[in-house]
Design a protein around this ligand. Structure first.
Ligand code: NDP
Length: 336
């Protein structure tokens, strides 16, 4: 069983020496345990945060521990009455070839999925954690109403793409912010957003002025930094800002920078609220049902960027922070 373990806490961007590639024999199964052969792993910006020491919404990965990662796999052996050999599961399997652990009635560690509903990588995207983040973050915290303007950053990425597509389904105007002409074209032409602002080409404030003539009612923030400040300058009365992530700040070696324009919240009686997808775990079936129906009807799309081979994990993870992923970044560990 090949595994990537955290060797050191990174300073800034993770380096190759922050990882240790190990190999160990598979342990025999205990009562209630199953062995899963990992097929796909989800590579997420949040992984950068899990590598840091300190209090967060989840405990840090310990030095020497297998790196935490969500995944999809197939059951190769089962001592659990709840799953059978051949079942497809999703769970927090870690960056390794095989996961061994208990599967109980509550499916706390790993949950069965229906591979017939969508291709497996989509279960790490629209039907997985990013999709749930987009759906519950937008509907529960953003609370968009038809006719309102929803702006989302990292719009060509996993969470952002679904946020904008769901906003369109709910009758909103959807405006994306993404890096580069290819991503912006995709966001408008393939995903059906009303507009997309290329922040790498320059003037985000001018783009917001042009594409949000009625102001911004909901901002779904994936990036923080200057883009957050630019949007704050254009919010409407009672606007809702979903603090989903701040990828522009994750590799800072100086403290995270908060918004300079925060008094816009006061002037506009607006609010900013953080969200953590895991709080919605009990409602994932509702999210899967709603997003799955749109996906099957062709109303929304799920695009994945698949990198092949467990050994590429460190380089693949870095792609997220360089904008090199086009769609949800997935690592293919073995063939289905
Ligand atoms: P993406 O698929 O969107 O990939 C990350 C993208 O972020 C890159 O492709 C890049 O797109 C953009 N990016 C990278 N660096 C910067 C930068 N300095 N400034 C602006 N944009 C940048 O990732 P996810 O959809 O998985 O995650 C998006 C956000 O959602 C992250 O902040 C993540 O932490 C957060 N998240 C939060 C969750 C929660 O529960 N709160 C759960 C899941 C995700 P581009 O080329 O357009 O720059």
């Amino acid at each position: 069983n090949r595994q990537f373990r955290l060797a050191a806490r990174p300073v800034g961007m993770p380096k190759p020496t922050d990882w240790q590639l190990t190999e160990e024999a598979l342990a025999p199964l205990q009562d209630g345990e199953v062995r899963v052969r990992v097929l796909y792993l989800s590579l997420d910006p949040a992984m950068r945060g899990w590598m840091n020491e300190g209090k967060s919404y989840i405990r840090p990965v310990a030095i020497g521990e297998v790196m935490r990662a969500g995944g999809i796999g197939v059951v190769e052996a089962s001592n659990s009455p709840h799953v059978a050999v051949g079942d497809t599961l999703t769970g927090s399997f870690g960056v390794q070839q095989y996961w061994t652990g208990p599967v109980d009635a509550k499916a706390a560690a790993a949950m069965k999925i229906d591979p017939a509903l969508a291709p497996l990588p989509a279960w790490l995207n629209v039907l997985g954690m990013p999709g749930m983040t987009a759906y519950f973050g937008l509907t529960d915290i953003g609370q968009p109403k038809a006719g309102e303007t929803v702006v989302v950053s990292a719009a060509a990425g996993a969470v952002g793409a679904t946020v904008g597509q769901v906003a369109k389904q709910l009758g909103c105007r959807a405006v994306g912010i993404a890096g580069g002409p290819d991503k912006c074209r995709y966001v408008v032409e393939e995903l059906g957003f009303d507009a997309c602002i290329d922040y790498k080409a320059g003037d985000v404030p001018a783009g917001l002025k042009q594409h949000c003539p009625q102001g911004v009612d909901v901002y779904f923030d994936n990036v923080g930094g200057d883009i957050l400040d630019a949007v704050l300058a254009r919010i409407n009365l009672k606007a809702r800002i979903v603090i989903c992530g701040a990828i522009s700040q994750y590799n800072n070696t100086t403290p995270v920078r908060g918004p300079a324009n925060y008094l816009s919240l006061l002037v506009n009686r607006a609010r900013m609220e953080g969200m953590v997808v895991f709080d919605y775990a009990a409602r994932y079936p509702e999210g899967v049902q709603r997003l799955g129906a749109w996906l099957q009807a062709g109303a929304i799309k799920s695009r994945e960027h698949v990198v092949e081979g467990l050994d590429h994990f460190p380089d693949a993870l870095a792609m997220l922070f360089e904008g090199k992923n086009f769609g949800k970044l997935v690592l293919k560990v073995t063939d289905d």
